[in-house]
Design a protein around this ligand. Structure first.
Ligand SMILES: NC(=O)c1ccc[n+]([C@@H]2O[C@H](COP(=O)([O-])OP(=O)(O)OC[C@H]3O[C@@H](n4cnc5c(N)ncnc54)[C@H](OP(=O)(O)O)[C@@H]3O)[C@@H](O)[C@H]2O)c1
Length: 334
């Protein structure tokens, strides 16, 4: 099969396109004819080796987690059959989306939302699961909560705005000047231009969903109302997150030691700090597909690349200026 793959840890220099052996399925797995694969920023950190202690790659490695496609083969009992159109978030430990075929445990599959294309469906799994797990497993969002979405114009933020609105929250979102209308179009009640305004002036917030991190972590925690919940996505994984990707408790605690000061800051203000890592989940993707089919979540895909253009997709993503999602059409190459 054709695939885009990495030959080692590094940058553009380790990216290749060519033939790879077809994956072979085991019991409980499905072989998927991949039609499209969504691109996520974590792949840049994984390519450079930033995750090699907790999620090591084996080379040649096909990266990528988000797929939409058609079931080609199933092994074992499963509600899915050959020919079903499905989408999935692949496991953190076994990516492989940028290929003509990929293997997915059947419990991670869900029927693809029928009203969108494979390109649009492939843009959703990671960012929609991230928002779902942040709001419903961590922040325990209530109707009427005031939610701040940092980086509302990006992949994670554009879905989070729509999901928070659907859950009945009042949503404030941040972006640069060029993306203010986009925030409103996605459903934000208040759009904040970070180049001219301070998000603190529109708070306090019950929940902050932070896709920016860095200096904004402390500022976001300080903008919470008592009882507020901060959910950070950028380099602040907590021990619960590391346990969720399979690390033993003691190692997870050590890996999360760096965020103790944020947890203490939040606690000192009667608020909570959360640093989740996205977990694949077929049942949650089925609920998300229902929301997509009901028109409550609309995928936002702004650029599509060929299967041999993954390096260009990564370059675009590295600018941190892309809107919505970038997707690779795995059926096309030069
Ligand atoms: N923990 C997890 O499991 C998890 C899951 C998903 C994502 N993440 C992380 O979350 C981050 C966001 O992911 P993503 O997919 O949304 O990335 P993305 O699509 O690359 O984000 C790009 C967007 O960020 C906006 N942005 C950049 N700087 C900003 C700032 N200072 N304030 C507000 N907006 C800003 C840009 O809007 P402007 O051009 O208008 O500035 C752009 O639209 C990434 O670091 C990703 O790795 C983590």
């Amino acid at each position: 099969m054709r695939a885009s793959f990495l030959t080692g840890y590094g940058g553009d220099d380790v990216m290749s396109f060519g033939d790879m052996p077809d994956p072979i399925i085991k019991d409980g797995q499905a072989l998927i004819d991949v039609r499209a694969a969504g691109v996520n920023p974590v792949e840049l950190a994984m390519r450079s080796g930033g995750f090699q202690r907790v999620l090591p790659y084996t080379f040649p490695q096909v990266p990528g987690f988000d797929i939409s496609g058609v079931v080609r083969e199933v092994s074992g009992q499963s509600p899915f059959k050959v020919g079903d159109e499905v989408y999935a978030r692949m496991p953190n430990r076994s990516p492989g989306a940028y290929a003509e075929r990929a293997i997915v445990p059947t419990d991670l599959l869900a029927k693809k939302p029928s009203r969108v294309s494979h390109i649009e469906a492939a843009s959703l799994p990671t960012v929609a699961l991230t928002a779902w797990q942040a709001f419903f497993e961590r922040a325990l969002l209530n109707k009427g909560d005031r939610v701040l979405i940092q980086a509302g114009a990006g992949g994670a933020g554009s879905v989070a705005i729509q999901l928070a609105k659907r859950a009945g929250a009042h949503v404030t979102a941040t972006a640069g000047s060029a993306n203010q209308q986009l925030l409103r179009d996605l459903g934000a009640d208040v759009a904040v231009d970070y180049s001219q305004q301070r998000f603190e002036d529109f708070g306090p917030y019950d929940v902050v969903y932070d896709g920016v991190g860095g200096d904004l972590i402390e500022r976001s925690i300080l903008s919470l109302a008592p009882g507020g919940r901060y959910v950070g996505l950028v380099m602040v994984a907590d021990s619960r997150a590391f346990v969720s990707i399979g690390l033993p408790e003691a190692i997870a605690k050590a890996a999360a030691a760096g965020i103790a000061r944020y947890e203490e800051l939040a606690a000192s203000r009667g608020a909570e700090f959360h640093g989740p890592l996205t977990r694949p989940d077929g049942a949650q993707l089925a609920e998300i597909a229902a929301l997509v089919d009901a028109g409550a979540i609309k995928p936002l895909v702004t650029q599509v690349f060929g299967l041999d253009q993954l390096a260009a997709a990564y370059q675009a993503l590295a600018t941190k200026r892309t809107r919505g999602k970038l997707v690779v059409d795995t059926t096309k190459w030069a």
